[in-house]
Ligand binder design. Structure first.
Ligand SMILES: Cc1cc2nc3c(=O)[nH]c(=O)nc-3n(C[C@H](O)[C@H](O)[C@H](O)COP(=O)(O)OP(=O)(O)OC[C@H]3O[C@@H](n4cnc5c(N)ncnc54)[C@H](O)[C@@H]3O)c2cc1C
Length: 411
Protein backbone atom coordinates (compact mmCIF):
# COMPACT_ATOMS: atom_id res chain seq x y z
CA UNK A 1 0.00 0.00 0.00
CA UNK A 2 2.77 2.48 0.96
CA UNK A 3 4.10 2.90 -2.55
CA UNK A 4 0.69 3.97 -3.89
CA UNK A 5 0.07 6.58 -1.23
CA UNK A 6 1.93 9.13 -3.29
CA UNK A 7 1.86 9.29 -7.05
CA UNK A 8 4.69 9.65 -9.49
CA UNK A 9 4.05 10.09 -13.19
CA UNK A 10 7.42 10.02 -14.80
CA UNK A 11 9.10 9.60 -18.12
CA UNK A 12 11.69 6.86 -18.37
CA UNK A 13 11.56 6.03 -14.64
CA UNK A 14 14.08 8.80 -14.01
CA UNK A 15 12.69 9.91 -10.71
CA UNK A 16 13.10 6.55 -9.03
CA UNK A 17 16.28 5.70 -7.14
CA UNK A 18 18.96 4.73 -9.65
CA UNK A 19 19.30 1.07 -10.65
CA UNK A 20 22.69 1.00 -8.92
CA UNK A 21 20.74 0.88 -5.65
CA UNK A 22 21.29 -2.90 -5.78
CA UNK A 23 19.39 -5.77 -4.27
CA UNK A 24 18.51 -5.05 -0.66
CA UNK A 25 16.50 -8.20 0.02
CA UNK A 26 17.74 -9.73 3.27
CA UNK A 27 18.46 -13.40 3.32
CA UNK A 28 17.53 -15.59 6.26
CA UNK A 29 14.10 -14.07 6.94
CA UNK A 30 12.89 -11.90 9.79
CA UNK A 31 15.24 -12.28 12.81
CA UNK A 32 13.77 -13.72 16.02
CA UNK A 33 15.22 -10.96 18.19
CA UNK A 34 17.11 -7.67 17.80
CA UNK A 35 18.12 -4.80 20.05
CA UNK A 36 16.10 -2.30 18.02
CA UNK A 37 13.21 -2.80 15.58
CA UNK A 38 12.34 0.22 13.45
CA UNK A 39 9.05 0.54 11.57
CA UNK A 40 9.46 2.68 8.44
CA UNK A 41 12.44 2.97 6.10
CA UNK A 42 12.15 6.62 5.11
CA UNK A 43 15.03 9.01 5.69
CA UNK A 44 14.19 9.13 9.39
CA UNK A 45 13.97 5.38 10.08
CA UNK A 46 17.00 4.61 7.93
CA UNK A 47 19.12 7.42 9.43
CA UNK A 48 18.36 6.24 12.96
CA UNK A 49 18.93 2.61 11.96
CA UNK A 50 22.25 3.37 10.32
CA UNK A 51 23.61 5.32 13.30
CA UNK A 52 22.49 2.66 15.79
CA UNK A 53 23.96 -0.17 13.70
CA UNK A 54 27.18 1.83 13.47
CA UNK A 55 27.18 2.07 17.26
CA UNK A 56 27.10 -1.73 17.45
CA UNK A 57 23.42 -2.47 18.15
CA UNK A 58 21.56 -5.17 16.24
CA UNK A 59 18.90 -3.33 14.24
CA UNK A 60 16.13 -4.40 11.85
CA UNK A 61 14.17 -1.87 9.75
CA UNK A 62 10.84 -2.84 8.19
CA UNK A 63 8.97 -1.04 5.41
CA UNK A 64 5.74 -2.08 3.77
CA UNK A 65 7.01 -0.68 0.46
CA UNK A 66 10.41 0.22 -0.92
CA UNK A 67 12.85 2.06 1.35
CA UNK A 68 12.48 5.81 0.89
CA UNK A 69 9.41 5.58 -1.34
CA UNK A 70 7.08 7.41 1.11
CA UNK A 71 7.40 11.14 1.76
CA UNK A 72 11.16 10.97 1.49
CA UNK A 73 11.31 10.39 -2.26
CA UNK A 74 8.81 13.22 -2.82
CA UNK A 75 11.06 15.79 -1.19
CA UNK A 76 13.25 18.41 -2.84
CA UNK A 77 16.29 17.76 -0.66
CA UNK A 78 16.80 21.28 0.68
CA UNK A 79 18.65 21.72 3.98
CA UNK A 80 17.17 25.14 4.52
CA UNK A 81 17.38 26.13 8.18
CA UNK A 82 17.59 29.86 7.39
CA UNK A 83 15.18 30.14 4.45
CA UNK A 84 12.56 28.02 6.29
CA UNK A 85 12.71 30.03 9.53
CA UNK A 86 9.24 31.29 10.53
CA UNK A 87 8.26 33.61 13.33
CA UNK A 88 7.61 31.65 16.54
CA UNK A 89 9.83 28.81 15.32
CA UNK A 90 12.79 29.38 17.65
CA UNK A 91 12.88 25.84 19.11
CA UNK A 92 12.66 24.34 15.64
CA UNK A 93 15.38 26.69 14.42
CA UNK A 94 17.67 25.49 17.22
CA UNK A 95 17.19 21.86 16.12
CA UNK A 96 17.51 22.81 12.44
CA UNK A 97 20.80 24.60 13.08
CA UNK A 98 22.19 21.68 15.06
CA UNK A 99 21.25 19.37 12.19
CA UNK A 100 22.64 21.71 9.55
CA UNK A 101 25.95 21.74 11.42
CA UNK A 102 25.94 17.94 11.55
CA UNK A 103 25.20 17.58 7.83
CA UNK A 104 28.79 17.79 6.46
CA UNK A 105 30.00 14.95 8.74
CA UNK A 106 26.79 12.97 8.20
CA UNK A 107 27.25 13.36 4.46
CA UNK A 108 30.89 12.33 4.35
CA UNK A 109 30.29 9.30 6.60
CA UNK A 110 27.27 8.30 4.49
CA UNK A 111 29.10 8.64 1.18
CA UNK A 112 32.18 6.83 2.47
CA UNK A 113 30.29 3.98 4.09
CA UNK A 114 27.86 3.48 1.20
CA UNK A 115 30.29 4.19 -1.62
CA UNK A 116 27.55 6.38 -3.17
CA UNK A 117 27.21 10.09 -3.88
CA UNK A 118 24.14 11.94 -2.55
CA UNK A 119 24.88 15.04 -4.68
CA UNK A 120 25.51 17.35 -1.71
CA UNK A 121 25.67 20.90 -3.07
CA UNK A 122 26.86 23.83 -1.02
CA UNK A 123 26.18 26.85 -3.29
CA UNK A 124 23.57 28.16 -0.84
CA UNK A 125 20.02 29.45 -1.32
CA UNK A 126 18.86 32.72 -2.84
CA UNK A 127 15.43 34.01 -1.80
CA UNK A 128 14.18 36.64 -4.25
CA UNK A 129 11.53 39.34 -4.49
CA UNK A 130 10.38 39.19 -8.12
CA UNK A 131 8.55 42.50 -7.99
CA UNK A 132 8.73 45.76 -6.01
CA UNK A 133 5.67 44.89 -3.90
CA UNK A 134 7.43 41.74 -2.62
CA UNK A 135 10.46 43.62 -1.30
CA UNK A 136 8.87 44.70 1.98
CA UNK A 137 7.83 41.13 2.80
CA UNK A 138 11.32 39.90 1.98
CA UNK A 139 12.82 42.60 4.20
CA UNK A 140 10.55 41.41 7.05
CA UNK A 141 11.85 37.85 6.58
CA UNK A 142 15.45 39.08 6.46
CA UNK A 143 15.05 41.13 9.66
CA UNK A 144 13.61 38.07 11.42
CA UNK A 145 16.56 35.95 10.24
CA UNK A 146 19.05 38.53 11.46
CA UNK A 147 17.34 38.78 14.87
CA UNK A 148 17.65 35.00 15.14
CA UNK A 149 21.40 35.31 14.50
CA UNK A 150 21.28 33.66 11.08
CA UNK A 151 24.06 34.36 8.62
CA UNK A 152 22.10 35.82 5.68
CA UNK A 153 22.90 38.71 3.35
CA UNK A 154 20.62 41.37 1.84
CA UNK A 155 21.14 41.93 -1.91
CA UNK A 156 19.72 44.56 -4.26
CA UNK A 157 18.21 43.39 -7.57
CA UNK A 158 21.44 43.71 -9.53
CA UNK A 159 23.39 41.78 -6.88
CA UNK A 160 20.78 39.02 -6.83
CA UNK A 161 20.87 38.72 -10.62
CA UNK A 162 24.65 38.67 -10.57
CA UNK A 163 24.39 35.46 -8.52
CA UNK A 164 21.77 33.98 -10.87
CA UNK A 165 21.85 35.81 -14.23
CA UNK A 166 19.10 33.67 -15.78
CA UNK A 167 16.47 35.01 -13.36
CA UNK A 168 13.91 37.43 -14.78
CA UNK A 169 15.12 41.04 -15.02
CA UNK A 170 12.36 42.21 -12.68
CA UNK A 171 14.14 40.75 -9.61
CA UNK A 172 14.01 43.61 -7.15
CA UNK A 173 15.94 42.24 -4.14
CA UNK A 174 17.31 39.05 -2.68
CA UNK A 175 18.43 37.38 0.53
CA UNK A 176 21.37 35.02 0.22
CA UNK A 177 21.47 32.13 2.71
CA UNK A 178 24.97 30.64 2.27
CA UNK A 179 24.47 27.81 4.80
CA UNK A 180 21.30 26.39 3.19
CA UNK A 181 22.64 23.51 1.08
CA UNK A 182 20.93 20.58 -0.65
CA UNK A 183 21.14 16.87 -1.49
CA UNK A 184 19.36 14.69 -4.05
CA UNK A 185 16.61 12.68 -2.30
CA UNK A 186 16.69 10.07 -5.09
CA UNK A 187 20.22 9.21 -4.05
CA UNK A 188 19.68 9.39 -0.28
CA UNK A 189 17.68 6.25 0.43
CA UNK A 190 19.92 3.88 -1.57
CA UNK A 191 22.94 5.38 0.22
CA UNK A 192 21.31 5.13 3.67
CA UNK A 193 20.15 1.57 3.01
CA UNK A 194 23.61 0.57 1.81
CA UNK A 195 25.43 2.16 4.78
CA UNK A 196 22.93 0.57 7.18
CA UNK A 197 23.36 -2.90 5.69
CA UNK A 198 27.15 -2.47 5.54
CA UNK A 199 27.13 -2.22 9.35
CA UNK A 200 25.09 -5.34 9.89
CA UNK A 201 21.63 -3.71 9.76
CA UNK A 202 18.80 -5.89 8.46
CA UNK A 203 16.43 -4.16 6.02
CA UNK A 204 13.08 -5.74 5.16
CA UNK A 205 11.27 -4.01 2.29
CA UNK A 206 7.72 -4.97 1.29
CA UNK A 207 7.27 -6.20 4.87
CA UNK A 208 4.43 -4.44 6.65
CA UNK A 209 4.38 -4.34 10.43
CA UNK A 210 0.86 -5.54 11.21
CA UNK A 211 0.80 -5.36 15.01
CA UNK A 212 2.91 -5.26 18.16
CA UNK A 213 3.51 -7.74 20.95
CA UNK A 214 3.41 -6.59 24.56
CA UNK A 215 4.89 -8.30 27.58
CA UNK A 216 3.93 -7.06 31.06
CA UNK A 217 2.82 -3.72 29.59
CA UNK A 218 6.03 -3.25 27.64
CA UNK A 219 6.26 -3.23 23.82
CA UNK A 220 8.34 -6.31 23.13
CA UNK A 221 8.01 -7.26 19.48
CA UNK A 222 6.75 -6.55 15.97
CA UNK A 223 4.54 -8.83 13.96
CA UNK A 224 4.81 -9.09 10.17
CA UNK A 225 3.32 -11.54 7.68
CA UNK A 226 6.79 -13.11 7.44
CA UNK A 227 7.11 -13.67 11.17
CA UNK A 228 7.51 -11.88 14.49
CA UNK A 229 10.64 -10.16 15.78
CA UNK A 230 11.34 -9.51 19.44
CA UNK A 231 12.95 -6.12 20.10
CA UNK A 232 14.23 -4.46 23.28
CA UNK A 233 13.25 -1.13 21.76
CA UNK A 234 10.79 -0.38 18.97
CA UNK A 235 10.94 2.91 17.09
CA UNK A 236 7.96 4.07 15.04
CA UNK A 237 9.25 6.06 12.07
CA UNK A 238 6.26 5.74 9.78
CA UNK A 239 6.09 9.45 9.01
CA UNK A 240 2.68 10.61 7.89
CA UNK A 241 1.24 7.14 8.68
CA UNK A 242 2.43 7.18 12.32
CA UNK A 243 -1.05 7.91 13.67
CA UNK A 244 -2.35 4.76 11.90
CA UNK A 245 0.57 2.70 13.18
CA UNK A 246 -0.05 3.78 16.76
CA UNK A 247 -3.86 3.75 16.84
CA UNK A 248 -4.12 -0.03 17.57
CA UNK A 249 -2.00 0.62 20.67
CA UNK A 250 -4.51 3.21 21.84
CA UNK A 251 -2.13 6.09 21.17
CA UNK A 252 -3.32 9.26 19.51
CA UNK A 253 -0.68 11.49 17.98
CA UNK A 254 -1.31 14.81 16.27
CA UNK A 255 0.24 14.13 12.84
CA UNK A 256 -1.61 14.69 9.57
CA UNK A 257 -0.69 14.67 5.85
CA UNK A 258 0.02 18.00 4.17
CA UNK A 259 0.10 17.35 0.45
CA UNK A 260 2.72 18.80 -1.87
CA UNK A 261 2.81 18.56 -5.66
CA UNK A 262 6.15 19.07 -7.37
CA UNK A 263 7.71 18.63 -10.77
CA UNK A 264 11.08 18.00 -12.35
CA UNK A 265 12.22 19.94 -15.41
CA UNK A 266 15.27 18.96 -17.42
CA UNK A 267 17.60 21.77 -18.41
CA UNK A 268 19.60 21.56 -21.63
CA UNK A 269 22.52 23.37 -23.24
CA UNK A 270 20.30 26.15 -24.57
CA UNK A 271 18.39 26.80 -21.36
CA UNK A 272 21.25 26.34 -18.90
CA UNK A 273 20.35 25.70 -15.25
CA UNK A 274 20.43 27.63 -12.00
CA UNK A 275 23.61 27.36 -9.90
CA UNK A 276 21.90 27.28 -6.53
CA UNK A 277 18.48 26.90 -4.90
CA UNK A 278 16.18 29.85 -5.62
CA UNK A 279 13.04 30.64 -3.63
CA UNK A 280 10.30 32.99 -4.72
CA UNK A 281 7.09 33.74 -2.83
CA UNK A 282 5.36 31.03 -4.89
CA UNK A 283 7.86 28.23 -5.40
CA UNK A 284 11.34 26.93 -4.79
CA UNK A 285 13.71 25.77 -7.53
CA UNK A 286 16.46 23.27 -6.80
CA UNK A 287 19.01 22.44 -9.54
CA UNK A 288 20.51 18.95 -9.33
CA UNK A 289 23.89 18.00 -10.77
CA UNK A 290 22.35 15.62 -13.31
CA UNK A 291 20.61 18.54 -15.07
CA UNK A 292 17.19 18.34 -13.43
CA UNK A 293 15.52 21.36 -11.89
CA UNK A 294 13.04 20.47 -9.14
CA UNK A 295 10.11 22.87 -8.85
CA UNK A 296 8.25 22.60 -5.58
CA UNK A 297 5.83 22.52 -4.01
CA UNK A 298 2.16 23.18 -3.39
CA UNK A 299 0.85 23.09 0.20
CA UNK A 300 -2.60 21.46 0.40
CA UNK A 301 -4.39 20.40 3.57
CA UNK A 302 -6.72 17.76 2.09
CA UNK A 303 -5.96 14.45 3.80
CA UNK A 304 -4.53 11.46 1.96
CA UNK A 305 -5.62 12.64 -1.48
CA UNK A 306 -2.60 12.14 -3.73
CA UNK A 307 -4.27 13.41 -6.92
CA UNK A 308 -2.14 15.43 -9.27
CA UNK A 309 -4.26 18.37 -10.32
CA UNK A 310 -4.29 20.89 -13.14
CA UNK A 311 -4.34 23.65 -10.55
CA UNK A 312 -1.24 22.28 -8.85
CA UNK A 313 0.64 21.93 -12.13
CA UNK A 314 -0.47 25.42 -13.17
CA UNK A 315 0.77 26.98 -9.92
CA UNK A 316 4.18 25.34 -10.33
CA UNK A 317 4.56 26.18 -14.01
CA UNK A 318 3.35 29.75 -13.52
CA UNK A 319 5.74 30.14 -10.59
CA UNK A 320 8.77 28.89 -12.48
CA UNK A 321 7.89 30.90 -15.60
CA UNK A 322 7.60 34.06 -13.55
CA UNK A 323 11.11 33.52 -12.13
CA UNK A 324 13.04 31.84 -14.92
CA UNK A 325 12.09 32.62 -18.55
CA UNK A 326 14.39 29.90 -19.92
CA UNK A 327 12.20 27.28 -18.23
CA UNK A 328 9.87 27.53 -21.24
CA UNK A 329 12.28 25.38 -23.23
CA UNK A 330 12.93 22.81 -20.50
CA UNK A 331 11.46 19.32 -20.79
CA UNK A 332 8.87 18.37 -18.17
CA UNK A 333 10.32 15.14 -16.89
CA UNK A 334 8.11 14.20 -13.99
CA UNK A 335 5.31 15.41 -11.78
CA UNK A 336 4.40 13.86 -8.46
CA UNK A 337 2.72 14.40 -5.14
CA UNK A 338 3.69 13.47 -1.61
CA UNK A 339 2.63 14.12 1.97
CA UNK A 340 4.55 16.09 4.56
CA UNK A 341 4.12 14.45 8.00
CA UNK A 342 2.88 17.52 9.84
CA UNK A 343 2.22 17.80 13.57
CA UNK A 344 -0.05 20.36 15.21
CA UNK A 345 2.88 22.74 15.74
CA UNK A 346 4.75 21.85 12.51
CA UNK A 347 7.67 20.39 14.50
CA UNK A 348 8.84 16.79 14.92
CA UNK A 349 7.78 14.45 17.72
CA UNK A 350 10.77 12.61 19.15
CA UNK A 351 11.13 10.13 21.98
CA UNK A 352 9.01 8.16 24.38
CA UNK A 353 5.27 7.57 24.58
CA UNK A 354 3.17 6.07 27.38
CA UNK A 355 4.23 2.51 26.51
CA UNK A 356 7.67 1.43 27.78
CA UNK A 357 9.92 0.06 25.06
CA UNK A 358 8.21 2.15 22.37
CA UNK A 359 9.66 5.36 20.88
CA UNK A 360 8.48 7.60 18.07
CA UNK A 361 10.24 9.73 15.47
CA UNK A 362 7.73 11.47 13.23
CA UNK A 363 6.19 14.85 12.35
CA UNK A 364 9.19 16.17 10.40
CA UNK A 365 6.84 18.21 8.20
CA UNK A 366 8.82 20.08 5.52
CA UNK A 367 12.19 19.45 7.17
CA UNK A 368 12.72 15.69 7.31
CA UNK A 369 15.81 15.77 5.12
CA UNK A 370 17.34 18.68 6.99
CA UNK A 371 16.55 17.11 10.37
CA UNK A 372 17.69 13.54 9.63
CA UNK A 373 21.17 13.90 11.21
CA UNK A 374 19.90 15.57 14.41
CA UNK A 375 17.09 13.03 14.72
CA UNK A 376 19.49 10.12 14.33
CA UNK A 377 21.89 11.68 16.87
CA UNK A 378 19.01 12.19 19.33
CA UNK A 379 18.05 8.50 19.21
CA UNK A 380 21.68 7.44 19.45
CA UNK A 381 21.97 9.55 22.63
CA UNK A 382 18.71 8.19 24.00
CA UNK A 383 19.47 4.52 23.40
CA UNK A 384 23.17 4.57 24.23
CA UNK A 385 23.32 7.22 26.97
CA UNK A 386 19.79 7.25 28.35
CA UNK A 387 18.76 10.73 27.22
CA UNK A 388 18.63 13.09 24.27
CA UNK A 389 20.88 16.12 24.31
CA UNK A 390 20.50 19.64 22.95
CA UNK A 391 17.43 20.95 21.16
CA UNK A 392 15.93 17.49 20.51
CA UNK A 393 14.80 17.42 24.15
CA UNK A 394 12.17 20.05 23.39
CA UNK A 395 10.22 17.86 20.96
CA UNK A 396 8.55 15.23 23.16
CA UNK A 397 4.93 14.20 22.65
CA UNK A 398 3.97 15.59 26.06
CA UNK A 399 4.27 19.17 24.79
CA UNK A 400 0.87 18.69 23.13
CA UNK A 401 -0.68 17.78 26.49
CA UNK A 402 0.55 21.10 27.82
CA UNK A 403 -0.96 22.90 24.80
CA UNK A 404 -4.24 20.98 25.29
CA UNK A 405 -4.35 21.82 28.98
CA UNK A 406 -3.72 25.49 28.22
CA UNK A 407 -6.54 25.44 25.65
CA UNK A 408 -9.01 23.73 27.97
CA UNK A 409 -8.51 20.12 26.94
CA UNK A 410 -9.79 20.06 23.36
CA UNK A 411 -7.50 19.16 20.49
C1 LIG B 1 6.73 17.85 -1.90
C2 LIG B 1 7.60 17.74 -0.69
C3 LIG B 1 8.81 18.43 -0.65
C4 LIG B 1 9.63 18.33 0.48
N1 LIG B 1 10.84 18.96 0.45
C5 LIG B 1 11.67 18.87 1.53
C6 LIG B 1 12.93 19.50 1.52
O1 LIG B 1 13.33 20.12 0.54
N2 LIG B 1 13.72 19.39 2.63
C7 LIG B 1 13.32 18.69 3.74
O2 LIG B 1 14.07 18.66 4.72
N3 LIG B 1 12.12 18.06 3.76
C8 LIG B 1 11.29 18.13 2.69
N4 LIG B 1 10.07 17.49 2.71
C9 LIG B 1 9.67 16.77 3.90
C10 LIG B 1 10.30 15.38 3.96
O3 LIG B 1 10.07 14.72 2.74
C11 LIG B 1 9.70 14.57 5.12
O4 LIG B 1 9.73 15.31 6.31
C12 LIG B 1 10.50 13.28 5.33
O5 LIG B 1 10.65 12.59 4.11
C13 LIG B 1 9.84 12.38 6.36
O6 LIG B 1 10.58 11.19 6.40
P1 LIG B 1 10.03 9.92 7.19
O7 LIG B 1 11.10 8.91 7.15
O8 LIG B 1 9.50 10.37 8.50
O9 LIG B 1 8.75 9.47 6.36
P2 LIG B 1 8.62 8.53 5.06
O10 LIG B 1 9.68 8.80 4.07
O11 LIG B 1 7.21 8.66 4.58
O12 LIG B 1 8.85 7.08 5.63
C14 LIG B 1 7.87 6.39 6.37
C15 LIG B 1 7.82 4.96 5.86
O13 LIG B 1 6.98 4.19 6.72
C16 LIG B 1 6.45 3.15 5.93
N5 LIG B 1 5.32 2.54 6.65
C17 LIG B 1 4.13 3.09 6.99
N6 LIG B 1 3.38 2.22 7.70
C18 LIG B 1 4.11 1.07 7.81
C19 LIG B 1 3.89 -0.20 8.43
N7 LIG B 1 2.76 -0.48 9.12
N8 LIG B 1 4.86 -1.15 8.35
C20 LIG B 1 6.02 -0.89 7.70
N9 LIG B 1 6.27 0.30 7.08
C21 LIG B 1 5.34 1.27 7.15
C22 LIG B 1 6.09 3.83 4.62
O14 LIG B 1 6.00 2.89 3.56
C23 LIG B 1 7.24 4.82 4.46
O15 LIG B 1 8.27 4.35 3.58
C24 LIG B 1 9.23 17.55 1.59
C25 LIG B 1 8.03 16.86 1.55
C26 LIG B 1 7.21 16.94 0.42
C27 LIG B 1 5.94 16.16 0.38
Amino acid sequence: MGRFDSQTFNVGERLKPPATAGNRTQSGGVPRAVDVGIVGAGFIGLSIGWRLALAGLSVAVFDRGEAGAGSSLASTGMLAAAAEHESGGDDLLALARESQEQWPDFRSALETQSGMSIDYRSEGTLVVALARDEVERLRFRFDMQRRAGLDTQWLNGAEARALEPSLRGSVAAGVFCPGDHQVDPRLMSPALAQAFIAHGGRLFENTEVLSFERTAGRASGLVTASGACQAKTIIIATGVWAADTLAPLGLNIPVRPLKGQALALRANRQTGNLKRIVWTEQIHLAPKSDGRLIVGATVEDMGFNATITAGGALALLEGVHRALPSSEEMEIEAIWSGFRPTSDDDAPILGSVDIPGLLIATGHHRNGVLLAPATARAFEDLLLHGQMKGAANRFGLTRFNRIDAAQGGAR
